[in-house]
Design a protein around this ligand. Sequence first.
Ligand code: CDP
Ligand code: MG
Length: 374
Amino acid sequence: MEDRFAFLAEWYDPTAALLRRYQLFYYPKDGSVEMFDVKNQRIFLRRTKYDKIHQEDLFVGNRVNVFSRQLNLIEYGDQFTANKLGSKKERTLALIKPDVVTKIGDILELIYSSNLIVTKAKMTNLTSSQAGDLYMEHQTKPFFTNLVQFVSSGPVVAMELMGDEAMSIWRRLLGPADPAVARREAPQSVRAQFGTDGIKNVGHGSDSLAAAARELEFFFPSTIGYGPSNTAIYTDCTCCIIKPHAISEGLTGKILNSISAAGFEISALQMFNVDRANAEEFYEVYKGVVTEYPSMVTELCSGPCMVLEIHGTDTPKTFREFCGPADPEIARHLRPTTLRALYSKDKVKNAVHCTDLPEDGVLEVQYFFKILDG
Ligand code: CDP
Ligand code: MG
């Protein structure tokens, strides 16, 4: 019999303001999909070839786009699927400490090259009480005060990493807690490359699945609005969105490195899953003006994107120049070192959005970090 993967999927229908549930089937042999409406007990989409879904996208917790519908995969539909696709997938917390936040691009490169994906990310400033809660297992240790003081001394970036054995892979990437030991025993590790001492040692990784669950809930709580706040400052700033296609192509680290190398300051960073209604609202000013508007909306809600607040004098203008012309063909001819020239595929999948008009910089940053971050 032919292999068939089954999922329970949810789709928010904005017209009816309803959450609809489907069984989603995927047939790896010919890459076809089929959908069954759970409530109305009838076929919703007959088995159809659909080349935009790949087996590696299919795991619980992920979102997939099926004919412009963004489906949340909320459960495995049968034991066969759970065994085959769900067995070793883990989520873990990776925390980048204040000493290396500017090295985030390099660290993401290592994460992606280890076959892990970043499913959530947020730059935040922890208070000392929050840092103390995070490290409560070390409360009685002699280094506790220094550790808490350091972790709350500047911005950190918390990330949810996902993949096969994510927890141990990230801890192996980090290396031994003491960078001096790391340089001797694991010279390729992140702590060997970027660490300073036992406290300024690049990052943190959950050390058990229970710790991962607790630490992920700490940074990315299921109740919206309860987590540590973002670091946006809303002055002298512009908005940059690393688009979903670039995230899924694993270009996030390279793009962040290019931005830092060009001397721009990233004052806030967060991943968002934008739904269609919000994508339409964000791009409203382009509606009826830019022919690509509908495709821009579809691209922005096709998967997670990463939003940055870029801070500095005149940034809307200088950062926009650094992004380059919206059309990558033109960018590659005229401005070959710009982000679009380097990382675009076409006029819509053009790596990044950046604020067009200087007066919109603050507004666009507010849209994400004030309104959508809730
Ligand atoms: O971070 P990791 O899980 O590898 O090590 P840990 O034993 O859980 O300790 C947590 C953090 O405390 C480390 O990352 C160090 O920054 C700090 N620490 C320290 O400063 N001195 C030690 N002897 C042990 C840990
Ligand atoms: Mg630990």
